[in-house]
Design a protein around this ligand. Structure first.
Ligand code: ZN
Length: 137
């Protein structure tokens, strides 16, 4: 089995923001030389998430609006007593820090309308760390 490990550093400019990392995922799979296996995309932060969806401007805004609706910042969350970002942790916990994408023919198996996003939930931040690891043969 072969592996290829890459760490991305991402800077964000808004509190909540979707950053398209599809090109980096595809490049990491391609340079790995791995024909068939899996690709893990993993964020090393508890106030972020990794998601796959369509890179359409309106939909990307809708996703952020849905997160605001489901995890309201102004509610009296207990974590806000020590750190004013409970809503960001909650969204991160329920959306999850990672995804696994199948790899075939040196490409991630992404559909026509699927892109991979880093989802910032408590920005702006510099130096967000996202790991892309490809494993296979
Ligand atoms: Zn916190």
């Amino acid at each position: 089995m072969k592996t290829n490990f890459k760490e991305l550093r991402i800077s964000t400019t808004k509190r909540r923001e979707l950053i398209d990392i599809t090109d980096e995922v595809c490049a990491t799979v391609k340079e790995s030389g791995i024909e068939e296996g899996i690709c893990v995309v993993y964020s090393m932060h508890s106030t972020s998430a990794i998601i796959i969806n369509e890179p359409e401007r309106g939909l990307m805004e809708d996703i952020l609006t849905k997160i605001d609706d489901d995890f309201p910042r102004e509610r009296d969350w207990l974590h806000n007593r020590i750190d004013d970002n409970a809503d960001s942790h909650l969204a991160g916990a329920f959306l999850g820090p990672s995804l696994v994408i199948p790899v075939k023919n040196r490409s991630p198996c992404l559909g026509t309308w699927q892109s991979v996003f880093f989802l910032e939930l408590d920005g702006p931040r510099s130096g967000r760390r996202v790991i892309i690891e490809v494993l296979g043969v």
